[in-house]
Write a protein that binds this ligand. Structure first.
Ligand code: PXP
Length: 237
């Protein structure tokens, strides 16, 4: 059965909209754990648009399940990871202008830098996974770099315009997943997964972890809104 990593970046996005202290992603992590999350995922972006350095430090001390830090290979961020030592780092590509991570890492094209960062993280005792597109060549180079796992990008599956494309993308993920497992890599999947599209992906053979953010936080905002309004109404009356 796959484990669930809950990405709580959006909680920090709401906080940063007002540069205030609420909602605190640290509280969100605790609640996600109470709900059964097997891991907490955060992305420390270079532009600090949501998760802040302080969040990484406090979550490192407070999260009781696995803390998975998504990050680019930018030197400043690598240093923070080495100092704070999350359980796991998932290396992702990052562009300032993107709304969310677009596409997987090009492990082939950026092999030297990725290899250097992987080695430095390993020396500190941090487990490393690479976020890549479901392509055999990227999986093969990931294996050569000695990482423990790959997270296959499920965005094309999630965004498929029709059923035929969805089936094709699911097959691609299934086949790439089998390649990763044969290569001895842990198979993680993530990006764009929702309550509606997650089940076929969770059934892919050998998948050990799903990382889901947007859909869970979106649902949390809606299912929590009614009691939140009731509570405020009671106070002002
Ligand atoms: N996995 C990776 C590597 C990501 O970059 C993201 C988005 O931050 C996710 C999973 C979660 O994607 P979503 O928010 O679409 O569920």
């Amino acid at each position: 059965m796959p484990k669930l990593g809950v990405n709580i970046d959006h909680v920090a996005t709401i906080r940063q909209a007002r540069r205030t202290v609420e909602p605190d992603p640290v509280w969100a992590a605790s609640l996600a754990e109470l709900g059964g999350a097997d891991g907490i995922t955060i992305h420390l972006r270079e532009d600090r648009r949501h998760i802040q350095d302080r969040d990484v430090r406090v979550l490192r001390d407070t999260v009781q399940v696995k803390l998975n830090l998504e990050m680019a290979t930018a030197e400043e961020i690598v240093r923070i990871a080495i100092q704070t030592k999350p359980h796991k780092v998932t290396l992702v590509p990052e562009k300032r202008e993107e709304v969310t991570t677009e596409g997987g890492l090009d492990v082939i094209g950026n092999r030297d830098r990725i290899a250097e960062v992987v080695d430095r993280l390993h020396e500190t005792g941090i487990e490393v996974a690479l976020f890549i597109d479901p392509e055999e060549s990227q999986i093969e180079v990931s294996r050569e770099l000695g990482v423990s796992g790959v997270e296959l990008h499920t965005g094309c599956y999630a965004d498929a315009a029709d059923e035929a494309n969805k089936v094709r993308e699911l097959l691609k993920l299934t086949e790439a997943g089998a390649v990763a497992i044969r290569a001895g890599l842990l198979l993680h999947l993530g990006h764009g997964l929702t309550y509606r599209n997650v089940v076929p992906v969770a059934r892919i053979n050998g998948v050990s972890e799903l990382n889901i953010g947007h859909s869970i936080i979106a649902r949390a905002v809606l299912v929590g809104l009614e009691p939140a309004v009731r509570e405020m109404k009671r106070l002002i009356q």
